[in-house]
Design a protein around this ligand. Structure first.
Ligand code: MRU
Length: 367
């Protein structure tokens, strides 16, 4: 999508054909900076430190990480070590494992001399596939926004609430939850997005608001606790969120706080949609509550807040008493019964095993 009129992706292969460029998301919204990733260690560090984040982008970065490892040495031992290093970076988003498995399946049968070229080729494909998938998610999700718009007075916007950043920054391009929004906006439909700030790392306030603003989409940042109130007052037409892992029966794991939005939506008869690319489906499990590892992150993310001071400095301040313990669960699980529909690249599906395994039979079989 566009940044100041120039088209950007969140990750790309640099012109040298070796190193990888990525937008440094830790510095947004205050500074637009690009980082160069030149080794598998740097790729792992970029994921771990959240220079890149969001399930599909984590997967794409890991794929390029394997390619960088193969450039250094195409041996089996290096392939094993790259897999081990990258899989350990973040535990919840299944796209990481999916991408690493894709790389492994492509490279393992090849002689080491053929692995560099094949690795870059597959990593590029994974990135391109993500863009194509999200474009399709946009197309299918657009129909839902058009439906909501049909019941509005002329010129009145469709109000969509989203949580965290499931935008183009979280993918290679388009985003998942935002793809239908960008499609609607680009077609001239009036849309307005309620952006949950998404404490503790504020991916909504920092990233979603930034990218919507740069694309010219009307939006308002709200504290995380506001959604229920808005829904009670008819100010939300639909919720669209992204996800880090969907089980075979349609349970949805996403950024902490998503479950509370789903409960509020259910209580207020607001449709609750989840946008996901098929690599986010984990067909090996069917109980989200017990089978998905939930990342627990550093207490400092809760105990402090960072931002830009009036004179332009980036400062971090403590907002919790020095001695108070804090908990920092990164994700929660929304049971499938609270999900109105899954917006996938193959259409809007019911959140259940029949729909997912029927439409994605090939994926379920590991293809
Ligand atoms: O911790 P993050 O910022 O990686 O979490 C991101 C999310 O929870 C997104 O909603 C999810 O990855 C979907 S991205 C299309």
């Amino acid at each position: 999508m566009k940044v100041d009129g120039q088209h950007f992706r969140s990750i790309w292969l640099e012109p040298d054909g070796r190193s990888v460029g990525a937008i440094d998301q830790r510095r947004l919204p205050h500074e637009f900076a690009v980082a160069r990733i030149a080794s598998v260690e740097a790729a792992a560090d970029a994921i771990r430190s959240m220079l890149v984040r969001g399930a599909p982008l984590i997967g794409a970065t890991a794929a390029y990480g394997v390619a960088l490892a193969m450039r250094a040495d195409g041996s089996d031992a290096t392939l094993d070590e790259a897999y081990r290093l990258l899989i350990a970076t973040r535990p919840t988003a299944i796209n990481l494992k999916w991408a690493l498995d894709q790389m492994e399946q492509t490279l393992r049968p090849l002689p080491s001399s053929a692995r560099v070229e094949a690795a870059y080729g597959r990593a590029d494909e994974i990135a391109e596939e993500d863009v194509a998938i999200n474009r399709e998610i946009g197309r299918h999700g657009l129909a839902l926004i058009e439906e909501a718009a049909a019941s509005k007075k002329s010129g009145e916007p469709v109000n969509i609430l989203t949580h965290c950043n499931a935008g183009w920054l979280a993918t290679v391009d388009w985003g998942t939850a935002t793809a239908p929004i960008y499609c609607a906006h680009d077609r001239g439909l009036a849309v307005h997005v309620w952006v949950d700030e998404t404490r503790p790392r504020n991916q909504g306030a920092s990233l979603t608001a930034w990218e919507l603003g740069h694309h010219g989409v009307s939006h308002t940042v709200i504290p995380d606790n506001t959604g229920g109130h808005l829904m009670q007052h008819g100010m939300v037409d639909l919720v669209i969120v992204g996800t880090d892992r969907v089980t075979a029966n349609g349970d949805v794991c996403n950024k902490i706080g998503t479950y509370l939005k789903a409960l509020a939506a259910h209580d207020n008869h607001v449709p609750f949609y989840v946008a996901l690319p098929s690599p986010t489906i984990d067909f090996s499990i069917d109980d989200g509550l017990t089978q998905i590892p939930i990342e627990q992150r550093a207490p400092g993310e809760v105990a402090t807040m960072s931002g830009r001071t009036a004179d332009g400095r980036i400062e971090t301040v403590r907002v919790v008493p020095e001695d108070s313990p804090v908990a920092n669960y990164g994700f929660d699980v929304t049971p499938s019964r609270l999900v109105t529909g899954l917006i996938t690249e193959r259409g809007v599906l019911k959140a259940d095993r029949n729909a997912l395994c029927g439409v994605f039979r090939d994926r379920a079989a590991g293809r």
